[in-house]
Ligand binder design. Sequence first.
Ligand code: C5P
Length: 317
Amino acid sequence: MSSSPRVAEPGTGVRVRAPGKLNLALGVGRRQIDGYHPLATVFQAVSAYEDVTATRAEGVSVTVSGLQADLVPTGEDNLAVRAALLLAEATGAEPDVHLHLHKGVPVAGGMAGGSADAAATLVACDALWGTGLDRDQMAELAALLGSDVPFALHGHTAVGRGRGHLISPAMTRGEYHWALGLRHSGLSTPAVYAAFDALIGDAAPDEPRLDAELMRALRAGDAVALGAALTNDLQPAALELAPELAETLAVAQDAGALGVLVSGSGPTVAALAAGGSRALAIGSAMLAAGVADEVLHVVGPVPGARVTAIDQGDDAW
Ligand code: C5P
């Protein structure tokens, strides 16, 4: 991996924005022989974003700024680096790019920030290198990078099956406001799944199902019904590894949330609010009670990975 990138020439830089996600429902089945768990999940993309700027350079390199940037690895285990190398390998393109990740999604927070980096990098390098992949080809590469990467490409609200990588759009109405309680100590996704195996094990179903009430609430744009229907089968496992999250959930609920849950494998806590000012109030309550290190107010659904700027050598870049 080369160290310092060359300065981009006009037309040689692309910026892509990709969203973090919440799981409004996360049904988890029994561990399969490959170590993965079959899922029935409803993803919602929310307005916490990763902005990835790809510029021509020699070799592949990465720098990181923004939220919890110091926690992000910058070697070949960085998911954006892996995405660039995979795209180059799959298409025969020269893997020449410098990636700058500006983070707005918590690291190891259960919101798929690394997956958003990977999705954004696929879109950015495809544009930069002119590899011309269609969305299906890109989704195939995305699934090789991680279970949540295809959804970061897709965005909006969608049902995820298989490992979470088989995406189909969900009918939804309206906009939802969320207060997010962040913790600086992240949780490892494999560790949470291992705790799930220890707690539930063979009692987990072969094929988890989605709750019809939740799908109905989304179709109707009914935030109250949605709040009552939020579920996460990984929550008991996340609470076992991070018992302090129980307090975060309780404080958010008491502050008037329509529903609360741990996001994905945690430790981020998501509280659905009746509107923007309610979300701010719930966030303030979490901070005041000392049950979150940081809070964010986000809305969903928002689109998946998309180009937001191209370097044309003018001031706009
Ligand atoms: O696919 P991804 O690399 O994001 O998954 C990270 C880890 O999460 C896997 O190694 C596995 O331990 C766990 N996982 C799982 N079942 C899924 C998705 C992820 O057990 N459906």
